[in-house]
Design a protein around this ligand. Sequence first.
Ligand SMILES: [Zn+2]
Length: 409
Amino acid sequence: MNHTLLLFFSYLFTQSLFASGHNHTDHNINKNFGDYVYITTGNDMAQFSLEKHNKINDLELLESGSEISIMRVPAQFVNEAGHIAHESFNRCGGFMLHKSLKDAQVELESGASRSFAKNMVFDDYQINQEKTVTAMISLVNEENIIETIKKLSSYRNRYYQSKTGVKSQNWLFDTWKDLGKSRSDFSVKKWQHADWKQDSIVATLKGKTDDIIVIGGHADSVAGWLGRKIAKAPGADDNASGIATTTEIMRIIIESGYQPEKTLMFMAYAAEEVGLLGSREIAKEFKKTEKNVVGVLQLDMTNFNGSDLDIVLMKDFTNNGQNEFIGKIVDKYLPGVSWGYGRCGYACSDHASWNSQGFPASMPFEARKFEANSRIHTSRDTISRSGNSAEHAQKFAKMGVAFVIELDF
Ligand SMILES: [Zn+2]
């Protein structure tokens, strides 16, 4: 069934539910954020929502900048917004959720910070660690990636307010802790969020300096927009694949005994699918405490090979210099792997959280946006869609290892 038809039937379904008097308020968002919430979204998605989704919702466009708009929406619309972003714009996230109008206005006005993060040069981007990189990327083991994807997608869902979404993060915490147990310079913590149940997980390999390199992706998963707490959402590609890739990069760096110059931080963000909540809290805290983040690598969907390009670097809301650097890394270290540029729109994933705070981020993606895995956000986002392999994701693990070592030195 094509998307238009699917949207039409979903629309009828929602209408009939509303007509019969059911209440679809997401009680968790409602409890912590109020009946109405503020979102920032791309101008394209704001207009689309007003035109196509305002009949059953009470949406209000408050302000628009050159790229993004602020909308006041019912709390119950947040899940639907995620669905619209995915169905109509192929964005995994697609909006940021804010507690107050003021927070949304800060985001709208941080265009200066966004363009700073895009254009500023944060590192020398030299590629000169051939010996170390070549040895380390040969350690990438596809089986490890498969195993992590399978484990994470075995939870019913990893929704930010569900029990299984808490459990899956506890499993990841234990797994990461175990990976680094032999090293005294390694630590893992649960980053607790006051407004929802699921923790973000943050692992740190301490370097000699306070410069920080961040590698991560979102750990939560969703399916549909009704009953998300119990919906089956394996999220194998979106985004067990990115977490599995991050885990493999971390494993290799730790087990090889590599001692970084810069501090390496590995992150599995909570609550990306409901407005980039986890990553935004972390990025804001890093900005507030003046952490010197010199590079952020966002891994969100790495295991579905849908394009003639293997790695698509999103050009919008990311750092130009770092993107070029990653392209050169692929050319040098991943023979036969092709890459190119694409765009994914405002707030399509957690890199936008870092970019908005003035930090340099990149988002290498599995395919061109409209050739990406169409089964995400459904119960059918399983590893079988990728032929039960991690052939595609292992390219991202190699690229990630090379990125860390070359940026570190
Ligand atoms: Zn995602």
